[in-house]
Design a binder for this molecule. Structure first.
Ligand code: PEP
Ligand code: MG
Length: 849
């Protein structure tokens, strides 16, 4: 291998101009070069490139004499890893290289016996365990202190390694480089970093740096400093200093470590070494400004003199990350656009919900699909009734069900979290959970659910019974035993500022799927530009609404149905008026009833009895009627427009409720142009029939109220045939909204409620690269969407296009929708900020290219 030289990119002394980049030498080497360019007191450093380290791992002997020639022959050295992304880890640093018997006796004179002994002793241990790979336990058993311990360690080394401790610095360095290079290429290390997103062939660079000792006479020590708090992101000098220490020891130095800035709780570096502290703070501020990042500094003080050994990006919680980028932009260090690009859209979900604290201990009892983000702790309940009883006692509970249905809504409203055995990203529990902002894990097939016995069995065999405490982490799909430390949601001024910057950049609209006043308020709070999908059947999930809804479904003749509809009409009118009021003139798209009937049939004995009472008929009649209404495949049965056409009075009632609410809103000064959406369309004639009746109702309401209003009629495109025939269909519609949940179900021929059972296995085996109910399948489903767009637009150039399936908030889907020319995406209210940021980043990325 070549010697270090200014123009040898493989082994190079770090100077302001040496050839160096993060993709070839790693982040640490590049950062050190930046610090050198800033003229900070960085000890002399040589960087080895990824290529050089790979060669060493493959057996080439590094040119250590060339490297050593760069340093003072009396200097001690350290080697640190330098991977491309610091999160990918790397072998631990090795300090004090070059220590041997001769240096030891010199140093005893120079810095005192105690400090010299400590340095040598540490190096022997470090080398023995991490480089020579001797048994760490044997070294743990060394008795005695100071010189005796050192002698014992050297003897033990010789005994275990069957050779004396290497005295030659060149041998030491060669072995250390080899061991670190090999460690990086080991299988475990590779798998670990791949789990953090590193590519298979991620490289490792190494930096060899002259040590500033941190031990010795005069004020010596080391510490770590940053200018922002890692949890809050607020400006705060944070870190510790420990006299007579090296590396990052100050951080776990306990009571002996002192504060940096003056602090009423104890002594500080500011008091101990005011000049060094002032210089340190100034260096940190310079690094923040010039490296355009909040940095943590590792420093050493040697006989009163300050050395900067390293700078790394400050670790940060999601909320700190947001504050840090907003402050950097407000301080003029980075642009607002940079700030937007630095935050992962998904990370925003962490701010909108309570989360398990980073680093909290997790006792995982099973996992499932992370269906609705956030985390909550509660006692297990197995029924909606038990959830309500628990809420009445003021006890937080987790509702555990095989799957949920509208009968569980009451329970879901009061539960802290929901866990189901079955289901996928678009199952009932998942959709409702996201709407309510309720942490939810579905399809947890690894846990055995024994709902009747009111218990569940964890993967490891532990049994959890009703009343036991668990935590549902809907952000990563884990179920944890007991309670864990949490961090609260934050929606502060910083968040609003940041989101306003995103809105200034994005070029696609973002609306929310909101069914209830509570959803609508959340949607507006998150600055949705309207409601893109109001699933009207969800308005009947409320306890007192479910029975009239069922009466309507169960009516066997027009008179009974009319009676039920008359009960429902005022409720719907009030619902719509409330939505119009909340949305303050923003568009509201109301989807006509699309109830998969099975979701509304009472399955429990109690539910059937309740309905029998309401209808004043025997329970046996109710069960008979349930039998006659039940379908082999309800999701492909009497749903959507099929119900609207065969029982037209239902859509008539809804159209009337929408128009009467529009008139009333106008009287209150709210101008609204309601959008009416027809679900599950597959043929043009379906739209013609519905449109005819809706127009008639509009005319009637106009005449009855002597009022005028406009409205828009559109179609939910969610069957493959509707995509193929979008040209015909668009003739009759103002807008086409693509329902990718059903469209995915029908394109794959894969039940959205049952897919959870095998989805993880399918993804694990690479059959699907992702769960298509979660991440839009831009190839298959995408092709249908593209056909729908092209054909719809050709027939009606100004048709408004949108997507309202659960995919809508994902960056991939938004990218697809922008490319296809969609006007807006519509997603669950809590995902609106995520979609706003993702859309802004896509627009910015286009500008950069
Ligand atoms: C869809 O099918 O994509 C959709 C949004 O409607 P739902 O989930 O109510 O079927
Ligand atoms: Mg649908």
């Amino acid at each position: 291998m070549q010697k270090p030289s200014p123009d040898n990119p493989d082994v190079t002394l770090i100077t302001p101009t040496s050839p160096m980049s993060t993709p070839t030498h790693g982040g640490r080497a590049k950062c050190l070069q930046r610090l050198v360019r800033l003229d900070l007191p960085v000890p002399r450093t040589v960087a080895l490139s990824f290529g050089a380290v790979h060669q060493i791992a493959s057996g080439y002997r590094p040119d250590v004499s060339g490297i050593l020639a760069e340093f003072d022959p009396n200097a001690l050295l350290c080697v640190r890893p330098s991977s491309e992304d610091p999160d990918w880890g790397g072998p631990g640093a090795v300090l004090n290289i070059g220590m041997n018997d001769a240096r030891y006796s010199d140093m005893c004179d120079q810095i005192g016996k105690a400090a010299a002994t400590e340095i040598y002793y540490r190096f022997v241990l470090n080398y023995a365990i991490d480089v020579a790979r001797l048994d760490a336990d044997a070294f743990d058993e060394i008795d005695g202190e100071g010189h005796d311990a050192l002698v014992a360690a050297l003897e033990l080394y010789e005994e275990e390694a069957e050779e004396p401790f290497p005295q030659e610095p060149a041998v030491q360095l060669a072995e250390i480089l080899r061991s670190m290079a090999r460690a990086w290429e080991g299988t475990t290390a590779r798998l670990l970093r791949q789990a953090k997103g590193a590519p298979v062939d991620a490289g490792l660079g190494l930096v060899v740096q002259e040590m500033a000792l941190g031990l010795g006479s005069g004020e010596c020590g080391s510490g770590v400093l940053q200018l922002a708090n890692s949890f809050t992101g607020l400006p705060q000098v944070t870190g510790r200093y420990l006299s007579q220490s090296q590396g990052r020891e100050a951080l776990d130095g306990g009571a002996a470590s002192i504060f940096l800035e003056k602090d009423p709780r104890g002594p500080s570096l500011e008091e101990l070494a005011p000049e060094a502290f002032a210089a340190l703070k100034a260096h940190a501020a310079l690094m923040r400004a010039r490296l355009r990042e909040e940095m943590q500094i590792e420093f050493t003080i040697e006989n009163g003199n300050l050395h900067i050994l390293d700078g790394v990006r400050v670790e940060r919680s999601a909320r700190a990350a947001l504050r840090i980028v907003v402050r950097l932009a407000e301080d003029g260090i980075i642009t607002r656009q940079d700030a937007l690009m630095r935050i992962e859209p998904r990370a925003l979900s962490e701010l909108l919900h309570r989360q398990v604290a980073t680093g909290a201990k997790r006792d995982v009892l099973g996992t499932g699909i992370a269906a609705s983000p956030g985390a909550a702790t509660g006692r297990i309940v197995f029924s909606s009734e038990a959830a309500q009883a628990s809420a009445a006692r003021g006890e937080p509970c987790v509702l555990v069900r095989r799957e949920t249905s509208p009968e569980d809504i009451r329970g879901m409203h009061v539960a802290s979290a929901v866990l189901t055995e079955r289901g996928g990203m678009t199952s009932h529990a998942a959709v409702i959970g996201r709407g309510l902002g309720l942490p939810c894990v579905v399809g947890a097939a690894s846990i055995r659910f024994q709902v009747k016995r009111k218990s569940m069995v964890a993967v490891d065999g532990r049994v959890f019974k009703e009343g036991d405490e668990i935590t549902v982490d809907g952000t990563n799909g884990q179920i944890l035993a007991g309670s864990v430390d949490m961090i609260e949601a934050t929606l502060d001024e910083t968040f609003r500022t940041f989101m306003s910057w995103a809105d200034a950049e994005r070029d696609i609209g973002v609306r929310a799927n909101a069914d209830t006043p509570a959803d609508a308020k959340t949607a507006l709070h998150f600055r949705a530009q309207g409601i893109g999908l109001c699933r009207t059947e969800h308005m009947f999930f409320e306890a007192e609404r479910l029975t009239p809804m069922r009466e309507m479904i169960f009516a066997q003749n027009p008179q009974d149905r009319q009676a039920a509809l008359e009960l429902v009409l005022p409720m719907q009118r009030a619902d719509f008026l409330e939505l119009f009021r909340i949305m303050q003139g923003h568009p509201v798209c109301i989807r006509l009833f699309d109830p998969p009937l099975h979701e509304f049939l009472p399955t429990s004995r109690a539910g059937q009895r309740e309905l029998a009472e309401a209808l004043d008929i025997p329970v046996s009649d109710v069960t008979r009627r349930i039998d006659s209404l039940s379908e082999y495949n309800p999701m492909l049965g009497m749903r959507g427009v099929r119900l609207g056409i065969t029982v037209p009075e239902i859509y008539d009632m809804q159209a009337r409720a929408i128009f009467e609410a529009t008139v009333e809103a106008a009287r209150e000064g709210i101008t609204i142009v309601p959008e009416i959406m027809v679900p599950l369309v597959s043929a043009k004639r379906e739209v013609e029939l519905v449109r005819g009746r809706v127009e008639a109702v509009a005319a009637a309401v106009r005449t009855e109220n002597s009022a005028d209003f406009t409205y828009r009629l559109g179609v939910m495109v969610e069957t493959p045939r509707a995509c193929l025939r979008a040209g015909d269909i668009a003739e009759h519609t103002h807008f086409l909204s693509f329902g990718t949940n059903d469209l995915t179900q029908m394109t794959y021929g894969l039940s959205r409620d049952d897919a959870g059972r095998f989805m993880s296995e399918y993804v694990r085996q690479g059959v699907f690269s992702e769960d298509p109910f979660h991440i839009l399948d831009t190839e298959g489903v995408g092709e249908l969407l593209r056909l729908g767009v092209v054909r719809g637009r050709a027939a009606r150039p100004n048709v408004v296009l949108s997507i309202c399936g659960e995919h809508a908030a994902h960056t991939e889907s938004i990218a697809f929708c922008r490319a296809a020319g969609f006007d807006y995406v519509s997603c669950s209210p809590f995902r609106v900020p995520v979609a706003r940021l993702a859309a802004a980043q896509l627009a910015l990325a286009d500008k950069i290219v």
